[in-house]
Design a protein around this ligand. Structure first.
Ligand code: GUN
Length: 291
C-alpha cells in the first residue's frame, strides 16, 4: 500500500506557481489577482476562504476578500459580481458557497463571467470540460487528476467507480476520467443514493473515487485488492479531544481499506490540499488567458 500525499504535492505545486509568478513580476508584469466573496459567517466557509487567501500569499498572488453580511440582497450581490466582471485588475473571482437561502446560487454562478470563473462552476466551463475543450475545471476533480498524473498511476482502460453525482465533484470527475487523455481513458460507473448493488459494483473497480460525504462508507469488503482509492470526503465529526472541537472524516474506512490498496489518499492530507492548488492554477491561467 502506498499513500498519495496531497499535502506534499500541493506544497510542491504552490512552489512551482510561486516561481512562475516571480518570473512574471521580474519581467514587469502584474501578479495574478484572485477575489473571494464571502457572505455571512459560516464556520466552514470562513476557514476555506482564509486558506484560499493564505495560498495566494504563498503563490505570490494578489488577493482581495470581500465580506458581506448575510443581509445582502441578491440584487446587491449580482451588482458586485457585475463590477468584478468588468474590473480589468481582477483575473478571477469566487463566491464562496453556500449562500443564504434568499439568494439563488445558480443565478449567482451564471452571473460570473466564465472567463473569470476560476471555480469552474459556470455552465460554459462545465460544458467545455465535458467536451474536452480548454476551460476552468472544478477544483477538486482537477486536483484528483493532478495527483493521478504526478504519481504516475495508470488509468487507461481501467474501471473507475465514482460514488456521488454532485455537480462539483462526482459529475466532473466522471467526465474527466472518461476522456481520451492521460490520466483518463477509463470506463466509468457513477453510483449514487439510488444505486442498488453498490458493493458489487465497487468490488469491480480498479479505481474508486468516494465523494458522497458519508464517513466510513467504503468498507474493506467493497474494495478489490490492488485498487486505487481516492477519498474526497471531508465530514466534520465532533471530537472533544481536538482544539477545533472536530476532526475531518473521509468516506473511506481507511484503517481497514488501506492494506488492500495499491494507492490510497488519506483524510486529511489527500485530496483536500489539492483543491486549493487547482484554484491557484486556474487563477494563474486566468491571468495568462486560456480562452
Ligand atoms: N463551497 C465548498 N466548496 C467550494 C468551492 O470549491 N468553491 C466555492 N465557491 N464554494 C465552495
Amino acid at each position: 500500500m502506498k499513500i498519495i500525499d496531497g499535502k506534499q504535492t500541493a506544497a510542491q505545486i504552490k512552489a512551482e506557481i510561486a516561481e512562475e509568478v516571480s518570473r512574471m513580476v521580474a519581467d514587469g508584469q502584474r501578479p495574478p489577482h484572485l477575489v473571494a466573496i464571502l457572505v455571512g459567517h459560516d464556520g466552514g466557509s470562513e476557514s476555506y476562504v482564509a486558506n484560499k487567501v493564505k495560498a495566494c500569499e504563498v503563490c505570490g498572488f494578489r488577493s482581495s476578500l470581500l465580506r458581506y453580511d448575510d443581509t445582502i440582497t441578491e440584487e446587491e450581490l449580482l451588482s458586485e459580481i457585475d463590477r468584478l466582471n468588468r474590473d480589468p485588475e481582477v483575473d478571477g473571482f469566487i463566491v464562496q458557497l453556500p449562500l443564504p437561502k434568499h439568494i439563488d446560487e445558480q443565478k449567482v454562478t451564471e452571473a460570473i463571467d466564465f472567463r473569470k470563473d476560476v471555480d469552474g462552476f459556470h455552465p460554459i466551463n462545465v460544458g467545455r470540460l465535458s467536451i474536452g475543450l480548454p476551460g476552468f475545471r472544478s477544483a477538486t476533480p482537477a486536483g484528483i487528476i493532478e495527483l493521478l498524473d504526478r504519481y504516475g498511476i495508470e488509468t487507461k482502460g481501467k474501471h473507475a467507480v465514482v460514488l456521488g453525482r454532485s455537480n462539483i465533484v462526482g459529475k466532473p470527475i466522471a467526465s474527466l476520467l472518461m476522456q481520451k487523455a492521460q490520466p483518463g481513458d477509463c470506463t466509468v460507473t457513477v453510483c449514487h443514493s439510488s444505486t442498488r448493488n453498490i458493493k458489487e459494483i465497487c468490488r469491480e473497480a480498479d479505481i474508486i473515487v468516494a465523494a458522497l460525504g458519508r464517513p466510513g462508507f467504503v468498507t474493506a469488503d467493497m474494495v478489490k485488492p490492488g485498487a486505487t482509492v481516492i477519498d474526497v470526503g471531508t465530514t466534520r465529526v465532533p471530537d472533544a479531544s481536538r482544539k477545533s472541537g472536530f476532526r475531518l472524516c473521509g468516506d473511506v474506512d481507511f484503517d481497514n481499506v488501506a492494506p488492500l490498496c495499491e494507492w490510497i489518499t488519506p483524510v486529511p492530507g489527500g485530496v483536500g490540499p489539492m483543491t486549493i492548488c487547482s484554484l491557484m492554477k486556474n487563477t494563474l491561467l486566468a491571468r495568462k488567458g486560456i480562452f
